[in-house]
Design a protein around this ligand. Structure first.
Ligand SMILES: Cc1cc2nc3c(=O)[nH]c(=O)nc-3n(C[C@H](O)[C@H](O)[C@H](O)COP(=O)(O)OP(=O)(O)OC[C@H]3O[C@@H](n4cnc5c(N)ncnc54)[C@H](O)[C@@H]3O)c2cc1C
Length: 402
């Protein structure tokens, strides 16, 4: 059999975060040691996929083998009249550079005989009697199961379709202006007319930081609008003019935020993973921890010889909270800063982080809910009563759940 016709147990399309993570979890799973895997990455897109900076928080250590660029144990929040610096006692707030992750994982995966990393763009695929046939620009491969991590999630039936969109620049300043021990998680002291808008500052040293201008809104801005907003912010809050810092890197992103539970399968043997499967948290766009969790669940299901059926990414109560926040973001924008202000001012920071990560108990959820203005949520509840009664699921998406 020639290499170009080789059959694998699993083919993973795309070596971004979800593809690499799934490949790692399958390759290292004790129950899957006899399985062969091909990880196929497009040379056209990999640069873009690797230029990302991911942040996440954790109290249980790191999803191995993640290379950490920097970690912080204090977070700053500015919202309305609230300005707070909160120490993290049980958690760390971590930053991973996409390129470092790709390099580390590629090296580790190359040590597994069962894994082939193939450079090539997947042009098409189709199910056959034996599995799935995959066309990689003239070469073809087949697999018993294909995991696809590229392409856009299907949001066609979502009630709320927002985007988390942002531009970040990494700068080096002559003056020491940053505190490398404290990450600025959300700073709402910026104009709010284009959508819920905040700035995010990750200082790596006293004169080096990533500054990201982020919006939750239905559409992206012109590139120059992000640039102007970031420059204004740096001048206003760090006292430095554009000529006195050097931009070393930039990144942009658009992450879908929608209420629908997206289709997880595209046929009996084709599974979507990562952003393509709609994994980002509906109300915040956070995906890093969820992608690792999804990879672990799929590997466990494969090892149990189950078809890895997609479970709902969020439980009913978190779907309902997300739904209400999406509604407020879409229809009651003026309430967003007061809601975030109350959330951070009235709760310990680690409770908020666990709430965003969907790790709180129901009692803690009640504490969180009691801490924020209730009227925008009541209004949102009335407007979406049909979905509340269905556990936060949009009736239009039920037939497409995988
Ligand atoms: C700039 C940016 C910053 C982010 N920061 C955070 C963060 O701080 N925290 C957080 O929780 N989430 C964050 N996210 C959201 C999410 O974690 C990332 O988008 C994450 O990279 C998604 O991983 P993925 O595998 O789903 O997609 P990707 O990483 O985009 O991977 C898809 C892969 O498929 C490849 N590919 C595309 N087409 C083909 C083809 N035809 N054939 C083969 N391969 C193909 C691409 O090259 C790519 O490597 C961020 C997103 C962006 C865009």
């Amino acid at each position: 059999m020639s290499f170009s016709q080789r059959h694998y147990d699993y083919i993973i399309g795309g070596a971004g975060l979800s593809g690499l993570s799934l490949c790692w979890h399958i390759a290292t799973h004790p129950g899957l040691q006899d399985k062969t895997i091909a990880l196929i990455e497009s040379p056209d897109d990999e640069q873009n996929a690797q230029s990302k900076t991911w942040c996440f928080w954790s109290k249980d250590g790191l999803p191995e083998p993640v290379p950490i660029r920097h970690s912080w144990h204090k977070l700053e929040i500015f919202a309305g009249h609230t300005a707070l610096t909160a120490p993290l006692e049980k958690m760390g707030y971590y930053c991973v550079q996409g390129g470092d992750y790709f390099a580390r994982m590629s090296k580790k995966l190359s040590e597994f005989e069962a894994v082939d990393v193939i450079r090539g763009s997947i042009k098409g695929y189709g199910e056959t009697a034996r599995g799935v046939k995959i066309d990689v620009g003239g070469k073809s491969f087949s697999a018993s199961c294909f995991f696809k991590s590229f392409g856009k999630p299907d949001l066609s039936r979502a009630r709320f379709k927002l985007l988390q969109h942002f531009k970040g620049i990494e700068i080096e300043t002559k003056k020491a202006v940053f505190d490398p021990l404290t990450a600025r998680m959300m700073d709402f002291r910026v104009p709010q007319q284009d959508g819920a808008t905040f700035v995010y500052v990750l200082p790596f040293s006293e004169n080096k930081a990533l500054i990201e201008y982020t919006l939750f809104s239905p559409s992206v801005l012109a590139e120059a609008a992000y640039d102007t907003a970031i420059a204004d912010y740096i001048t206003r809050y760090f006292g430095i003019e554009p000529g006195s810092y050097h931009i070393t890197r930039s990144e942009t992103g658009v992450i879908p935020m929608a209420d629908s539970i997206h289709q997880a399968t595209q046929g009996a043997r084709v599974q979507l993973i990562g952003t393509a499967s709609g994994i980002p948290k509906a109300s915040t766009g956070y995906a890093f921890s969820r992608i690792h969790r999804q990879a672990r669940q799929i590997a466990d299901a494969l090892s149990a010889a189950e078809v890895p059926r997609r479970k709902a990414d969020s439980s009913a109560r978190f779907r309902i909270y997300d739904l209400m926040l999406l509604d407020i973001l879409s229809r009651d924008l003026g309430q967003i800063v007061p809601v975030f202000e109350a959330l951070f001012a009235n709760n310990p920071i680690e409770r908020v982080l666990r709430f965003i990560d969907e790790q709180t108990t129901f009692t803690e959820d009640l504490q969180v809910m009691a801490s924020v203005p209730w009227y925008p949520f009541l209004r949102a509840g009335f407007r979406n009563a049909d979905m509340l009664l269905k556990g936060g699921v949009n009736p239009r998406t039920i037939s497409s759940r995988g």
